[in-house]
Design a protein around this ligand. Structure first.
Ligand code: MN
Length: 481
């Protein structure tokens, strides 16, 4: 792997931040970390400082703020050197000291230890995220660099790190919307866990690329020509699905030809209006598969992702197309980290807004407040947060995200809170359904609430799928009659 130096980091930062005070602070953090790690070596034989430097570089690629970059450089000083939190606060600032401390508190899971210890630890990681999302972003960058250099570790360690990455860190990156980190983390883990399958699929991915590339390039050419004529500035990119993504689809039982987004054409334009104009251009050239069209600009995903998705026919093949603005693209690649960059200086407000708006955060907080038992907590997070989702609408078109398997009862508690106890029925797509109806994506739901209702019947807690609904049902036990 090419080694990088301080200058590379500074140049990467300057792509989005040229403030000299910030640059100076980053250099100071680098010197501080170099001083404390002096004499330490990585298993690769390199100087230890190469690790925090790479971590900061990965963060800079995601346009992280200066405190996050400094904390990335300092992230191992509390654990591995004589540096103290007080000293970091004194030399830098409270925020940086808190971030470094937060990262230090996240311990790797010990696979030899009992499950309870691991689950307690996993809970720390998960709850830590709700405090300051930057802690987990530093941890993700840390893990990514460790995964990139995992070949220097013994094979049992490689396996443990890969399992942990695939079970915790990759889902985190995914649900935070940091797709670029997600793809690399999951591909690297997959490579160590199933080397043969990885190699085979990697080869298939190359074949797919060769087969599809002429079609996608032709489409790219046709679309560009029209956008040029209309003087709409654009940027076109071609994306091939990552190896682990292909593996996941295949293990769901899909055939390669059935995976519609193996190759995607990404058109990035300068405004929302031009997104829709570009969509018009694409559909005038290629027929869409209507049921595949998604407007995530109108109804963003709950991790903030926005884009128009359309899958079109190209001969007997399909091409997945994504249309979005530059800001949307940043968020799609880097998640909420980029959100801050896009939004400028209003970060503390954003942090709050993110945790209020993002279902991911709300669910984590709810589950945290419901369970005292760590095993139960981790089990629920896995089944409700790190799991497939359905997206359903109310009669006004507002979207809600719920874990797959949720019923009308879960939906009622999600949107109405304790008032859901008075639920007596529901219409889904204008048809009456029973309360144990399992929600399907795109369902349009109308709840029927009757204030005279006596409250939930005792089997509701069996019908509910989410911890949140269950906890409210149990709080509001039915009266015996
Ligand atoms: Mn580290």
């Amino acid at each position: 792997m090419n080694s990088i130096c301080l200058n590379d980091l500074i140049n990467e930062v300057k792509k989005y931040n040229t403030n000299q005070k910030d640059i100076d602070l980053i250099i100071k953090a680098y010197n501080y970390a170099s001083f404390y790690h002096d004499g330490q070596k990585r298993e690769s034989g390199e100087e230890y400082i190469t690790h925090p430097l790479n971590v900061a570089f990965i963060l800079a690629e995601t346009h992280a703020d200066t405190d996050t970059l400094c904390a990335g450089l300092l992230h191992d000083t509390l654990e591995d050197t004589k540096a103290t939190k007080e000293d970091i606060e004194h030399e830098f600032n409270k925020n940086i000291a808190e971030l470094v401390d937060g990262v230090t508190n996240i311990k790797d899971l010990e696979f030899s230890s009992v499950e309870e210890v691991n689950n307690a630890n996993m809970r720390k990681i998960i709850v830590g995220v709700t405090k300051d999302v930057r802690i987990i972003l530093i941890k993700l960058a840390d893990r990514l660099h460790n995964m990139r250099t995992l070949n220097y570790k013994k094979s049992n360690k490689q396996r443990e790190k890969s399992i942990e990455t695939l079970e915790i860190y990759a889902p985190f990156a995914y649900y935070l919307g940091a797709y670029r980190l997600y793809c690399e983390l999951s591909d690297l883990s997959f490579m160590y866990l199933k080397p043969n399958e990885f190699e085979a699929l990697k080869q298939q991915r190359i074949n797919i690329k060769e087969q599809y590339m002429p079609l996608v390039e032709e489409m790219s050419y046709k679309v560009s020509r029209i956008l040029n004529d209309r003087e709409i500035p654009y940027d076109i990119r071609i994306r091939v699905k990552n190896v682990y993504g292909i593996y996941e689809k295949l293990s769901e039982g899909k055939r390669l030809v059935d995976i519609h987004d193996l190759l995607a054409l990404k058109v990035i334009v300068d405004s929302v209006d031009n997104c829709y104009l570009t969509l018009g251009v694409v559909h005038s050239l290629y027929k869409p598969l209507n049921y595949k069209f998604r407007d995530y600009i109108c109804t963003p995903k709950t991790n903030g992702y926005q884009s128009l998705h359309t899958t079109v026919y190209s001969g007997d093949r399909f091409i997945h197309t994504q249309i979005r603005t530059h800001d949307m693209d940043k968020i799609a690649s880097f998640g909420f980290n980029a959100y801050w960059d896009v939004q400028g200086d209003t970060r503390s407000v954003m942090q709050k807004e993110i945790s209020d708006k993002c279902q991911f955060y709300t669910s984590l907080k709810e589950i945290d407040s419901i369970f005292t038992n760590n095993n139960e907590f981790v089990k629920s997070v896995k089944s409700e947060v790190f799991s497939e989702k359905v997206y359903v609408y109310d009669t006004l078109g507002n979207v809600s995200e719920l874990p797959k398997g949720s019923t009308i009862i879960d939906y009622a508690y999600r949107v109405r809170g304790p008032e859901a106890a008075k639920l007596v029925g529901a219409l889904v797509n204008d048809k009456s359904v029973s309360l144990n109806y399992v929600l399907q994506s795109k369902d349009r739901i109308k709840l029927i609430i009757d204030n005279l209702s006596k409250g939930p019947s005792s089997d509701w807690s069996q019908i509910a799928h989410t911890s949140y609904a269950k906890s409210l049902i149990l709080k509001n036990k039915p009266t015996n009659y």
